[in-house]
Design a protein around this ligand. Structure first.
Ligand code: GLN
Length: 542
């Protein structure tokens, strides 16, 4: 029997609902249950793929090629369960499906309305594509009280009614702020937010209270009384020093026990949290430190590179070092010399990116890393820029560029107009719609025997997730190989370059895919483990 846990948020946004959901998923898993996590986002974009990272943070890509909210990354990192396209939906997608049905005539004769048609579509999303999961955790984006999230809240209210409390649980995340002028914690925002939920017909079963200090028993009692929740089900969610401590701290506060009690599941056995204790131990007691420069465009907003910073931390965990990140806006190299900014770092990473702004700075960063023999990791755009750097500065192709930046006589990186996905040929032109049309999701890649990456992966073929529209042009392969660059990973049909490396450099790898999306704290991605190991070596030289 699959049970549904609905997670809503109140008072303010950015309380960490995604982490909270992911941590509960991890706790239920540690009790031996099978879980899947889902995200329902109230905005009107069909998916976040066309949004700037400044709007909503990183776009997380699933194996099956969906562009989703970054919370799906938390879900995967905490549970190890691969997310699917069917785990992420937005108001935009729900409406476009409902409207497409209306045009087809599926509702012929009927007036199409939010209730029941839109709410039915939401319920169908929540309850579909389930196999043997014991729990489906559904996080509702936004904050209770937003106009946009009303249909989602109405849909989960209906589900609660239809499936009954044996199969549904409502969990609400709120904030208990400390008002320094009064020297007091305040429970009123929580009371108001629960009132708002009650007005929509939802009585929360569990309250998670974000708080920066211990919650006194008297406040806990007060919240319970005013919000009509049992006292034990008012769970303080205190700030912690590492996100990987969240499952442990929620367990200590009784979260998983309360969830099991609600569903009348046994609570006598403790969950196995060994994996989380190990990770926290590694994070808290590093044996050294390395500094990695991340040279990108959206460096002011850390959420824009969420999976990346996590994956780097995982690389640190694997090497027992703390990874300090130096976020550098690549545009700075267009005004200033790279040397002063990069001289002290142990590794340079150029992440994924789009558009010409800041590209030259990334090329400079790749050049610095190549010439100074500093470990370099180029991801997607970071690989493309490293290739352009080699073409311009070693192969002598002065005008080498990417068609992403406009017409160029030497399109060393060019628009992909045709590629195969499974048995299907995908075709694109520069006129194609922008949404959902990149080369997305998991694709296989064959590794060259004897290459650094073959050794790192320990396997001749791999599968990694992609999200790109441009690709290194195979016609320049020979010229580029003369620069010393090896094409060490190719699509199995040999058409698309997937990985390049310099064998005579301590560590210089560019990958067309996004390995950061698959890294987990308890299973660090081999490329990140190896990159950080190289940075550790480098730090001994500096
Ligand atoms: N803009 C580049 C492309 O579309 C790289 C994309 C990325 O880094 N994710 O190919």
């Amino acid at each position: 029997m699959t049970r549904f846990i609905f997670i809503t948020g109140g008072v303010v946004s950015s309380l960490g609902k995604g982490l909270c959901s992911a941590s509960l998923g991890a706790l239920l898993q540690a009790r031996g249950y099978r879980v899947r996590l889902r995200k329902l986002d109230p905005y009107l974009n069909v998916d976040p793929g066309t949004m700037s990272p400044y709007q909503h943070g990183e776009v997380y890509v699933t194996d099956d090629g969906a562009e989703t909210d970054l919370d799906l990354g938390h879900y995967e990192r905490f549970t190890g369960v691969s997310s699917r396209g069917s785990d992420s939906v937005t108001t935009g997608r729900i409406y476009s499906n409902v409207i497409a049905k209306e045009r087809r005539g599926d509702y012929l004769g009927g007036t199409v309305q939010v209730i029941p048609h839109v709410t039915d579509a939401i319920k169908e999303f929540i309850t579909s594509d389930i196999t043997d999961e014991d729990f489906i955790l559904c996080e509702i984006g936004g904050t209770v009280g937003d106009i946009e999230s009303l249909p989602f809240l109405e849909a989960i209210r209906q589900l609660g009614n239809e499936l009954g409390e044996e199969r549904t649980l409502f969990m609400h995340l709120t904030l208990v702020p400390f008002i320094s002028a009064a020297g007091e914690l305040k429970t009123k925002p929580t009371q108001h937010s629960v009132k708002e939920l009650l007005g929509l017909g939802i009585q929360p079963d569990i309250l998670m209270c974000r708080i920066d200090r211990p919650l006194p028993q008297s406040d806990r009692r007060k919240i319970a009384l005013f919000c009509n929740v049992r006292e034990e089900a008012v769970i303080p969610a205190m700030d912690v020093d590492t996100i990987y401590h969240v499952p442990i701290s929620y367990h200590d506060e009784g979260l998983d026990t309360q969830v099991c009690k609600h569903f009348k599941l046994p609570t006598d056995k403790e969950p196995d949290l060994t994996r989380w204790f190990d990770i926290v131990n590694h994070v808290r007691k590093p044996e050294g430190e390395v500094t990695i420069a991340v040279v990108g465009k959206y460096v002011q907003l850390k959420d824009a590179y969420k999976s990346l910073s996590e994956a780097l931390e995982h690389g640190g965990i694997a090497n027992r070092v703390k990874v300090k990140l130096d976020w550098i806006d690549s545009e700075i190299f267009e005004r200033e010399d790279a040397v002063s900014h990069l001289e002290h770092v142990d590794g340079i990473l150029v992440p994924g990116g789009f558009g010409e702004r800041g590209a030259q700075g990334k090329i400079e960063a790749a050049k610095f890393a190549r010439e100074r023999k500093v470990p370099y990791f180029g991801i997607c755009f970071g690989m493309q820029m490293a290739v352009i750097e080699a073409a311009r500065n070693i192969a002598g192709i002065a005008k080498a560029s990417s068609t992403e930046f406009g017409p160029t006589p030497d399109a060393v990186v060019g628009l992909m107009t045709e590629w195969t996905k499974g048995n299907e040929v995908q075709r694109r032109t520069s006129e194609t719609d922008k949404g959902g049309t990149m080369r997305l999701g998991a694709y296989p890649c064959a590794l060259k025997t004897g290459s650094r990456v073959a050794e790192i992966y320990g396997s001749p073929s791999i599968s990694e997730r992609h999200r790109h529209r441009y690709e290194v042009n195979i016609n320049y392969k020979k010229d580029l190989e003369k620069t010393g660059l090896t094409f060490s990973g190719m699509s199995p049909d040999g058409v698309l370059p997937e990985i390049v490396e310099y064998p005579d450099h301590p560590w210089f790898v560019g990958v067309q895919f996004h390995p950061e999306l698959k890294s987990k704290p308890f299973e660090p991605h081999p490329l990140f483990t190896s990159f950080i190991a190289a940075a550790v070596q480098q730090s001994r030289l500096v």
